[in-house]
Design a protein around this ligand. Structure first.
Ligand SMILES: NC(=O)C1=CN([C@@H]2O[C@H](COP(=O)(O)OP(=O)(O)OC[C@H]3O[C@@H](n4cnc5c(N)ncnc54)[C@H](OP(=O)(O)O)[C@@H]3O)[C@@H](O)[C@H]2O)C=CC1
Ligand SMILES: O=C1O[C@H](COP(=O)(O)O)[C@@H](O)[C@H](O)[C@H]1O
Length: 527
């Protein structure tokens, strides 16, 4: 089959998948109401409204879907529109559709604490066409300080007709279901997260709660399941007999950029490692689930986490960026130069940590997680480094194989391997099997993570959301370390803005068996 017909086939499959989805969602004559709490805020403006628009314009949402923004600010729909339009990536030929989108938008002003304001919101929803019967989706794009008040008030005043007892995934026909979407942070540690989980579980059933970790909406994170369990060739190698170590990396080339005050409350471990990187780790390490159902997969992920002892400080390096006097713009300023960051803060902007999964498959294999801000590049990847070939006959010329799953940018799966250097010799040379998505799936639209996840909530698909027991286990692993760092005010190692992070991080990876040879050179194929 030619590359072009392959691409066509993939497009056809995608379209088929999307149309099945649309059919399911369009079958019912019940409207859907999507409420954005915190409609005036940054997340709503940059992510949630643009995502709703993209889903709307692609015709992926049920026909009768209404959007209601809710916040304390004295705004109107026009005001929300003015704030969000710059993030909508609007095309010239979409203007008419864009007007249609805003015609199905409403805005309600109210507090997050007063029950009467939520009663008013409920009345407004009820005045929408068949609003009293509508399925209701509540997105909490809000700071954690108001999570509890808002969720209690939703439960008291704004639920659809199905109540708590009936299944939220099956429409009763006489009234709508309700689903609540919660953004991280889900607590600060094991105790506060358990407190929040307990609070939510008193108000909603687990199948009504959608905890977003947007990394679970990324193409290559979702791909891990298929790569691992849809290929025979990887499964015999995916264990402690063959894998030297697994490195899971997140890097951003910019600092906290005036948002340091907010970031300082959490630090990079809570911001990225405890959630995004741990989710990736559990998908890499889990056993094959009994099926692709959400519960079977999440059961396996929880089992992995349960087999991980709490993180030890001796297996961790924390760092904080300093300005680069030679750098340009923001790069000149360090974390502590941000006026919103408390003086002398010891909050890490970089962390690398080695954890172990004590299962028969992985015992002794280091999982090295690295994440940081103000580094040399934007990158998120999983790197599986295999062991050396035993019984070497090439005089030490062979480098370790690596399987790299690049999550972003430019999604790719590549396997670094040795081949005979082409020509009149038998010398081994480093090369690769390279699946670059940009080349293989040219022209295929890769949906944004939030698009996939919000559509999943409409469909009632829980697979790519975090279950409460997963969350508890992840906090169990990180809480002792976080408390120690904070109690003892452990000083992070300084690293320069735009660098690869502290040298100590490379030393840690080396200590646990990762080898960087520095000899591999990739030649980008000519497309
Ligand atoms: N399909 C595609 O698009 C493909 C692209 N490539 C590209 O080729 C380039 C090289 O490939 P790559 O697999 O990264 O190979 P490298 O061998 O160059 O790098 C391997 C790893 O070593 C780490 N590293 C880099 N410098 C050091 C150091 N001084 N000490 C210790 N560790 C270090 C990097 O980690 P860290 O993240 O910490 O810097 C990286 O994870 C990349 O840009 C890659 O994206 C390669 C193959 C296919
Ligand atoms: O959750 C977060 O993720 C973003 C990075 O997301 P990406 O999709 O752009 O990779 C990060 O900047 C932010 O600090 C963190 O809270």
């Amino acid at each position: 089959m030619t590359a072009i017909s392959n691409v066509q086939k993939t497009k056809d499959q995608l379209l088929k998948g999307v149309s099945i989805l649309k059919e399911t969602l369009h079958q019912e004559d019940v409207p859907h109401v999507f409420v954005v709490f915190g409609a005036s805020g940054d997340l709503a403006k940059k992510k949630i409204y643009p995502t709703l628009w993209w889903l709307f314009k692609d015709g992926l949402l049920p026909k009768q879907t209404y959007f209601v923004g809710y916040a304390r600010s004295d705004l109107t729909v026009e005001g929300v529109r003015d704030k969000t339009t710059q993030y909508m990536k609007l095309q010239d030929d979409e203007k008419e559709k864009y007007e249609e989108f805003w015609k199905v938008n409403w805005y309600v002003r109210g507090s997050y604490t007063e029950r009467t304001d939520f009663e008013h919101l409920n009345q407004e929803i009820n005045t929408l066409p068949k609003g009293d019967l509508a399925h209701r989706l509540f997105y909490l794009a809000l700071p954690p300080t108001v999570f509890k008040d808002v969720s209690s008030n939703i439960r008291l005043c704004c639920m659809g007709h199905d109540g708590l007892e009936e299944s939220a995934t099956v429409s009763t026909g006489s009234g709508g279901w309700s689903r609540i979407i919660v953004e991280k942070p889900f607590g600060r540690d094991l105790e506060s997260s358990a407190d929040l989980s307990q609070h939510l579980s008193k108000l909603f059933r687990e199948d009504q709660i959608y905890r977003i970790d947007h990394y679970l909406g990324k193409e290559m994170v979702q791909n891990l399941m298929v790569l691992r369990f849809g290929n025979k060739m990887f499964s015999p190698l995916w264990n402690r007999d063959h894998v030297q170590c697994v490195v899971i990396t997140f890097k951003e080339p910019f600092g906290t950029m005036g948002r340091g005050g907010y970031f300082d409350e959490s630090g990079i471990i809570r911001d990225v490692m405890q959630n995004h990187l741990m989710q990736i780790l559990s998908l890499v390490a889990m056993e094959k689930p009994a099926s692709t159902s959400a519960e079977d997969i999440r059961d396996e992920k929880v089992k992995v986490l349960k087999c991980m002892p709490p993180l030890e400080l001796e297996n961790v390096v924390v760092g904080q960026y300093t300005g680069d006097p030679q750098g340009e713009g923001d790069a000149k300023s360090g974390y502590l130069d941000d006026p919103t960051v408390p003086k002398g803060s010891v909050t890490p902007t970089f962390a690398s940590a080695v954890v172990f999964v004590k299962t028969e498959r992985w015992d002794g294999v280091p999982f090295i997680m690295k994440c940081g801000k103000a580094l040399n590049e934007r990158k998120a990847e999983v790197r599986i480094q295999f062991k050396d070939v035993p019984g070497d006959i090439f005089g030490g010329q062979c480098k370790r194989n690596e399987l790299v799953i690049r999550v972003q940018p430019q999604e790719a799966v590549y396997c670094k391997m040795m081949v005979k250097a082409p020509g009149m010799n038998i010398n081994p040379e480093e090369s690769e099997l390279d699946l670059s998505y940009g080349a293989r799936y040219k022209g295929v639209k890769m949906p944004d993570a939030y698009e996939r996840l919000i559509l999943d909530v409409f469909c009632g698909a829980q697979l790519h959301f975090v279950r409460s027991d997963e969350l508890g286990e992840a906090w169990r692993i990180f809480t002792p370390l976080l408390h120690k760092l904070e109690k003892e005010k452990i000083k992070p190692v300084p690293y320069k803005y735009g660098s690869r992070g502290p040298q100590e991080s490379d030393d840690l990876a080396r200590k646990f068996g990762f080898i960087f040879s520095g000899t591999y050179k990739w030649t980008k194929p000519q497309l």
